[in-house]
Write a protein that binds this ligand. Sequence first.
Ligand code: RIB
Length: 326
Amino acid sequence: MVTIRDVAKHAGVSVATVSRVLNSTGYVREDTREKVMQAITLLNYSPNEVARSLYKRESRLIGLLLPDITNPFFPQLARGIEDEVHSQGFRLLFGNSDEDLKKEAAYLHTFTQNHVVGMITARTISDDETYKRLGFPVVFLDRTSPQYPSVYADGREGGRIAAQEIIKRGSKQITLLKGPPNVKPAQERFQGALETLSGANVDFQVMNTTSFSFHEAKKWAKELFEKHANTDGVIASNDIVAAAILREALQLGKSIPDELQIVGFDDIPQSELLFPALSTIRQPAYEMGKEAAKLLLKYIKKEIVQNKHIELPVTFIERNTTRKVD
Ligand code: RIB
C-alpha cells in the first residue's frame, strides 16, 4: 500500500509538506504543490482516513441517526443532509435506531469511537443528558428538543390546516388519528387539528395509535372502520396510515372522496402514486435535512450561529382524496 512517505520521497519533499497539501493547511509553493499532486496521481495514493482520524483525533465523518429508514419520510431527510455534507467534503456514518433506546445509545457510542465531528439525530431518547455527554456538536431534526439546535416543520399549523381543509370540503363526522405518544411532531399536529375541530361545528372522535409502521397501519385502518363506520372524514397521523385507511375504505366499497375524505401528513413520494392520489400536508423533508446539515456544519466550523431553532412551513397538497371546493 502506498504511504504518505512514498509520496514525499517521490516528490522530494518532507512528509509534513505532503500533509499540508492534503489538508490545504499552511503555506506551500505552487511548484511544490504541483510536484506533490503529480506524485499522488502517479503512485495512486489514497490517504488512510482511519489513520488520519486517529492521528488528528477527528475525522471527516458526521453521524446520522434516524428512527426507521423503511419509512419513506426519513430517506428524504437523509438525502438533504447527504447532499449538503458531501458538498463540504464530509461523509455520513448512518444508524437506524428503531426507536429503541438501547440501540440509539449503542450508535452514540459507535459515533464516538469513530471520532465523528458532529451528528444529526431524529432522536428517541427522552432525556437530553445522554446527548450532553457527547464530545461533539449535535443537531436535532424533526424529533427535536428545546435544549438543542433543532430543525423541524410547523406540525401544529399542519394539523390546523388539515382540519380546516377537510371541514371546508364538507366533512361532518370526522375521525382524528393521534400518532405515537413518544413522537413529538405527531403530538404537535394532533394538537393543531384538535384545536380547529373543537372550535368548529362538526362531530369528531379521536383514535389513538402507537406506531407509524406499515404493518400496524393496516390494523389501525381496520379498527377505524370497526369503531367509526359512519365517519365521512379522516385526518391521518401520517401518509402510511392514510394509505392503509384509503385501501381499507376502497375494499369496503366506499366512494372516495364523495363518501369519505382522507388527509395524510408528510407527502412522501408514494402518496402521489396512490389511486386516488392522497391529499396531504407536506413536510419539506429534503429542505429540513439540508438546513440541519448547514446548521451542524456551522457548529463544526465554530462559526457564529444566529438562530439555533429553525422551523420550516408546511403546505396542503390537494389531490383526489378530498373534494374540490367551488
Ligand atoms: O412518517 C413518520 C413520521 O415521523 C413523520 O410524520 C415525521 O414527522 C416523523 O417524526
